[in-house]
Design a protein around this ligand. Sequence first.
Ligand code: WT7
Length: 645
Amino acid sequence: MDDQVNHLTPAHPAHGNDSGAELYARAEADRKAFWAAQARRLHWDEPWQHVLDWSRPPIARWFDGGRLNVAYNCVDRHVEAGYGDQVAVHWVGEPGDTRDITYRDLHRMVQQAANALAGLGLRAGDRVAIQLPMIPEAIVAMLACARLGLVHSVVFAGFSPAALRARVDDARARVVVTADGQYRRGRAVPMKEKVDEALVDADSVERVIVVRRVGADLDDDTPWQNGRDIWWHDLLRDASDHHDAESFDAEHPLFILYTSGTTGKPKGILHTSGGYLTQAAYTHRIVFDHRPGSDVYWCTADIGWITGHTYLVYGPLANRTTQVVYEGTPNVPHEGRHWEIIQRYRVSLYYTAPTLIRTFMKWGEQIPARYDLSSLRVLGSVGEPINPEAWLWYHQHVGGGRSPIVDTWWQTETGAIMVAPLPGLRAPKPGAAQRPLPGIGAKVVDDEGRQVSPGASGYLVIDSPWPAMARGIWGDDERFRTTYWDRFAAHDDYFAGDGARYDTDGDIWILGRTDDVMNVSGHRLSTAEIESALVAHPAVAEAAVVGASDALTGQRVIGFVVARGEADPPTADDLRRYVAEAIGPIATPREIHSVPELPKTRSGKIVRRLLRDIADGREPSETTTLADPAVITDIAQRFGPRTDA
Ligand code: WT7
């Protein structure tokens, strides 16, 4: 690998207003002053009294006493500064329809939507659930909430009705915003009827607002509940397009986003306003070296994930970005769709996930080669460790051997990028996230929380509070503490759940999760959540789920089930359907194996590590802790040798 790295383009100086090296030095000298300087790039209606109040860890208060409006910062101020005609969003629909939305257009839409939501009686602090495809209205709905101080909870459009319902109930959402349907792989599929199914007897929900996206492309009429349901276009038509943005406390909640953990219940990660927006804008600016007015940026994430929140909505819009938003799948109508879009809009900054890069590799380098990708300047990667092969392919066949690649490590909980190289500042290392960003204290520690030496591995921790950090788990501050802060409490460090190592230069390489959390195509899935869906099946007594290595998706979900005494073992398809209904198609196990028993310790704990060995085609290691080692030998025999791992 080293040979391949050496011929890569040498580092070129970072652009923008700050030189990268200077940023590190300034942040190092005075971290609070550094973050205050970043926050001052936003518009504040009232200044803060304290940059950071860390007197009640683990809940930080950043820019305490300061007041701002997040939507004003993302939209109005750009229009007021004379950039109303700049395109904010080049939207590309899956069927090929397009819309160019300027900052002035966005301003009008957000004001209308804010007036419409206010007209429904929603007040600051109320929760609004949003389940929408990747259409401009999704961004408008989020910004309208932010403008009114409403807390949005965006639910990925691929999540099942049961998963939506759990999120609506947990946050007690008063309003749900959805669409009649969405385009998926060239077909219009209904959404509203699924939302109706989710909301049966959901007593917190007063209104359902429905965006018409697919209209007559659906076979059936959109089901309607009079008195509750309203079309988005009807609601906005009657709303004024003038709305004065009120200012909110820096710590006013901005959104809840649910993510999977090690238990069956998703965690509602809470983010607030001033610190979050500060770090979202700062990281988007320095990591991508974004220059407003000349760059065209494209983040391929869905708004249903944190990447969509921070790098498709808040960060880019705060920085007056012109960006592409694409509704559909990358191979509809053909496998060159992304390259065609980059060529058409002259995209200069492109941010995507390793799993997609590996998919592009599979489709072949001849596909990007047909397009003019010379506009690309910086490439980003997020969601899982990028393997060196994918890194090199991305560098060469997408970046033309020129564009630096920024491998960005962060999480739903961190709110924004934490560890990433600054473009062009250091010699590239395929597969390494390299350094904590200026202002961020991340390190690799051993079991006792002591920093490990170069060349050694351990756990990735964050050793000082950062502006975009989560402010808790919705309704469960105790779980927030035990999940992230108890492990290294002696040092007050945040434990991210990832393993990592330093190389001999002191650069950080992320090794992946150390807990029972899987990463499939850059999406976080919980073994416990899928197991609880499986055991809900009447014919299943016990279930264990593991993530096996997968060349394309990073990991793939493998389930092991023990059937109930008398019952016929359920079919794998039946069980897969169960999981799809409980969570969504992304969580369905690729394989499900019926076994007589699960490997357990003497105290009855399932040893997933051994099942993972088998799923990966390895000899099961260290079986001495098992109550009955014969169980794993038996499973290994049933499994047989594997060649596809
Ligand atoms: C987990 C967070 C961050 C937005 C997308 C996922 C893994 C994320 C990287 C990276 C290696 C990465 C970690 C992390 N991860 N980025 N660049 N290199 N691993 O957000 O769903 O909150 O998942 O994704 O394991 O803990 P998320």
